[in-house]
Design a protein around this ligand. Structure first.
Ligand code: NAP
Ligand code: GLV
Length: 309
């Protein structure tokens, strides 16, 4: 079996070692410019569209991340119509839950206000929020969002969830897109974004969305920067409609030095680290899926090109 590894990041050699380890009987090669030779499977992340050219014998492409928004336009450029599978959790869900929980607790215990008070040496106890009186909303109830919603529910928070199709998650009040988004948003104290980046979700975090939240609410964006209308977010923070934003993802990454988010007193920026891809765990998942495909078994994580995720 021929595996073509097309990884355009500094982790390329780590990926090579991990893939050779989990697929010891395969011939694994790294993509180099001009390679159009046979491959059964292409494993792709942040590489050149030329690696995606239609190939003799190509059975599937594996996206070595959860989001396929960067891959889809490259597939079009390369006129590639092979099935695409993406990573499902592979250790990312727990990291997302850790990040989300940190943000929710930060908001509940008013640490942002205490940080400001401390800067002025002000010793003053504030009224804490109560976890049962500060509903938290999770947008996107897929592999990552569902885990975050379950974790926060187990922590005793009142959790709502929003997805395209209707979900049933014990303890979580769920809303489907067709129900409209307003009832999901109304009065939320924390809004956590774990939607995929598609044309339907572009700019979904805008002034109309923020207006429905509780005053002083907290936004945690763990998904993609294209979801945010940045001018609206800055205005909502400046007027106090939003009290705090934890932003891990941006429309343009890395975030430019001049970007106002870096210096905004109510924004915390992290550099797209809320859920790192765990290479060994992810390589194992890909190997298991390849084995299943080879045996004709059904494999989850197939990307629906029409929906865009
Ligand atoms: P997923 O399993 O595909 O889940 C996506 C969820 O969003 C599903 O519940 C889906 O609804 C819902 N959805 C899609 N379009 C919608 C719409 N227009 N309105 C309402 N709901 C919609 O994806 P995942 O594995 O959980 O990953 C989610 C995203 O996290 C990725 O796409 C990626 O952008 C981001 N991510 C970020 C990092 C990071 O480090 N910052 C790391 C990994 C992933 P249905 O269930 O009904 O289909
Ligand atoms: C990272 O952002 C991913 O989509 O896996």
């Amino acid at each position: 079996m021929d595996i073509l590894l097309a990884v355009g990041t500094a982790q390329a050699s780590q990926w090579m070692n991990a893939v050779v380890h989990v697929l010891p009987h395969a011939r694994v090669r790294a993509w180099t410019s001009g390679d159009k030779a046979h491959a059964d499977y292409v494993l792709f992340w942040k590489c050149d569209a030329a690696a995606l050219v239609p190939r003799d014998g190509l059975k599937a492409i594996f996206n070595l991340g959860a989001g396929v928004d960067a891959l889809i336009p490259l597939l079009r450029t390369a006129s590639c119509d092979a099935p695409v599978y993406r990573l499902e959790d592979a250790g990312m869900a727990q990291q997302m839950a850790d990040y989300a929980r940190y943000g929710v607790l930060h908001h509940m215990r008013r640490f942002e206000d205490y940080r400001r008070q401390a800067a002025a040496c002000e010793w003053r106890a504030l009224n804490a929020l109560h976890r049962r009186a500060m509903p938290v909303g999770v947008m996107g109830l897929g592999r990552l969002g569902e885990h975050v919603a379950r974790t926060l529910t187990a922590d005793g928070f009142i959790v709502r969830g929003y997805s395209r199709s209707k979900k049933h998650i014990e303890g979580v009040e769920t809303f489907a897109r067709n129900d409209g988004i307003d009832r999901f948003l109304d009065g939320l104290h924390v809004l956590i974004d774990l939607l995929p980046a598609t044309e339907d979700t572009r700019n979904i975090l805008n002034m109309r969305t923020f207006a429905r939240l509780a005053d002083g609410a907290c936004l945690i964006n763990l998904a993609r920067g294209m979801h945010v209308n940045e001018d609206d977010l800055l205005e909502a923070l400046d007027t106090g409609k939003l009290g705090f934003a934890m932003l891990d993802v941006f429309a343009h990454e890395p975030l430019l030095t001049a970007h106002p988010f870096w210096r905004h007193p109510r924004v915390m920026v992290t550099p797209h680290i809320s859920a790192a891809t765990l290479i060994d765990e992810s390589a194992r998942q890909v190997a298991e899926k390849i084995a299943a495909l080879e045996e004709g078994r059904t494999v989850t994580g197939l990307v629906d090109m029409q929906r865009g995720y």
